[in-house]
Design a protein around this ligand. Structure first.
Ligand SMILES: [Zn+2]
Length: 491
């Protein structure tokens, strides 16, 4: 807290005594500035200095570099708390979608400290990850030591990705833990939190045979530490939502349920009602969704265990292979499952998604996938799609509410576990200069299920820590201002 007040004091002093003579590093002039926290929505000039927003004013401001952004919206940079891309090829798509902070929280990351070190100084936008419960669990099982080492080598060589991870760790997902291994898992999670992990990623849907008592022990630890838990629920049904909500209420663990759309399918209204009721009763429980009617994952995962057609309400022909775009048959399903090919699963109705996007307090998170030309379009288009399709075209929600769901709400969700998020998600004096400037009349996603990933349109400028990473709709070459976002336990 003290730092905030010191910064504010310095800024106010400058404003009172030196405004006329200040020359900011960058000034954005004439834009429609939208700040969801103060409810500011007005034409303002924004002065940026040393990576922070130093002035928001209707008076003219002097800058070393001045950019006229009239006709455009000046919003806080979008915060995506659910991505799986680990490197800059994915970050560039996110950047063109207006994202300035992209965090892997659903799964988390293996070898937390080493991974953060591998990203330092070479990221386009801010990065961060939770502690990966499935990894810390495997690490507690001594017979998997060589798999643990193999993953460390990949992290150090900047080759960490979800597919490699699944190959190395997947076999352990099928094994029960002894009481000693369960205890060691909790020790491992605590030490990874000290390396900077932003809470605990608990994708139990990929380890659905995990004993309830084992899962509960992870929530107990999270409750004791007040560490945020992110869950991909055990199964795509209401009982599984009730399981994690009950665990959170009983243990006091803060809980964020990822992609409520694919977790609850046609029961999304009921699932959202449970989350909002829990919040009204004072429990720290939130959720998110992505604006698409299809899901995506690997064929080898537990998602496709016996009985998947019934659980998901789909059949082979609803699965689209990411590698080629083809729809599957029973025969090609069996073949591609052996090599854990990624698929897109067409399994949701448009009205479920629209209702989820409009629901109060629900955050927008992309669940962006590792790069592949035909990867799920959410990887590149989530935020522009909400602003172009759901705000402008379909009028499912208003512009200010949509911006709040992609900036202030995720920042506030994470402030308790990552205090530096207090400086993000806002266009206010003293906030980090993470800013997205877009044309509300043209913004739209361009990535599709058929054509694959494309940069979104209408995002014109993006600043990360006061540095332009996107200018006139083009990536600025050779700038890497992205910094690590760390959890509060970092030593
Ligand atoms: Zn998931």
């Amino acid at each position: 807290m003290r730092n905030i007040f010191l910064i504010l004091f310095l800024i106010l002093s400058l404003n009172a005594f030196g405004q006329a003579s200040i020359q900011y590093d960058i000034v954005l002039t004439g834009g429609r500035v939208i700040d969801p926290e103060t409810k500011l929505d007005a034409i303002r000039n924004v002065g940026i200095q040393n990576g922070r927003i130093m002035m928001v004013s209707s008076d003219p401001l002097a800058g070393k570099e001045t950019v006229n952004v009239s006709g455009m919206v000046v919003a806080p940079g979008f915060i995506d708390l659910h991505v799986h891309g680990m490197v800059n090829i994915e970050q560039e798509y996110q950047l063109h979608d207006g994202v300035t902070t992209a965090l892997e929280l659903e799964w988390g990351i293996e070898h937390t400290g080493a991974w953060y070190a591998s990203r330092q100084g070479n990221a386009l936008i801010h990065y961060g990850a939770s502690v990966c419960w499935p990894f810390e669990r495997m690490k507690a099982m001594e017979r998997y030591q060589s798999n643990v080492d193999e993953l460390l080598a990949q992290v150090k060589n900047k080759e960490a990705n979800r597919q490699n991870f699944f190959h190395a760790a997947g076999p352990s997902f099928l094994e029960d833990q002894t009481p000693e291994e369960m205890a060691q898992t909790l020790v491992n999670i605590k030490s990874a939190l000290k390396e900077g992990g932003i809470g605990i990623g608990v994708p139990i849907g990929y380890l659905p045979d995990t004993k309830p008592a084992e899962m509960y022990s992870v929530f107990e630890l999270a409750g004791q530490l007040n560490a945020l838990v992110y869950t991909h629920n055990r199964e795509p049904n209401i009982l599984s939502s009730q399981e994690v909500i009950a665990n959170a209420m009983l243990t006091g663990a803060p809980l964020h349920i990822v992609h409520i759309n694919s977790m609850s399918l046609g029961q999304i209204d009921f699932a959202l009602k449970m989350v909002s009721t829990a919040a009204q009763k004072g429990f720290d429980i939130t959720t998110e969704l992505y604006p698409y009617t299809a899901a995506s994952t690997g064929l080898m995962t537990a998602m496709f265990n016996e009985g998947w057609q019934e659980k998901l309400g789909i059949d082979y022909g609803d699965l689209q292979l990411v590698a080629t775009g083809e729809r599957l048959t029973q025969e090609t399903f069996t073949r591609h499952r052996r090599t854990n090919q990624y698929v897109i699963m067409h399994m949701m109705q448009p009205e479920w998604i629209a209702r989820g996007i409009a629901a109060p307090g629900v955050i927008i998170g992309s669940d962006g996938m590792p790069y592949s030309k035909l990867a799920h379009p959410r990887t590149a288009g989530t935020f522009s799609r909400v602003l172009g399709k759901y705000v402008r075209e379909d009028q499912v929600l208003d512009l200010n509410t949509a911006i709040e769901k992609m900036t202030l709400l995720p920042a506030k969700r994470l402030e308790g576990i990552a205090p530096m998020m207090r400086f993000k998600g806002r266009i206010q004096v003293g906030a980090d200069a993470d800013i997205t400037v877009f044309d509300p009349n043209t913004i739209i996603d361009k990535a599709t299920f058929e054509g694959g990933l494309e940069f979104s349109e209408g995002i014109e400028y993006v600043l990360v820590n006061g540095t332009f990473v996107l200018k006139n709709g083009e990536t600025v070459p050779n700038v890497f201002p992205g910094q690590g976002v760390y959890g509060k336990f970092k030593k």
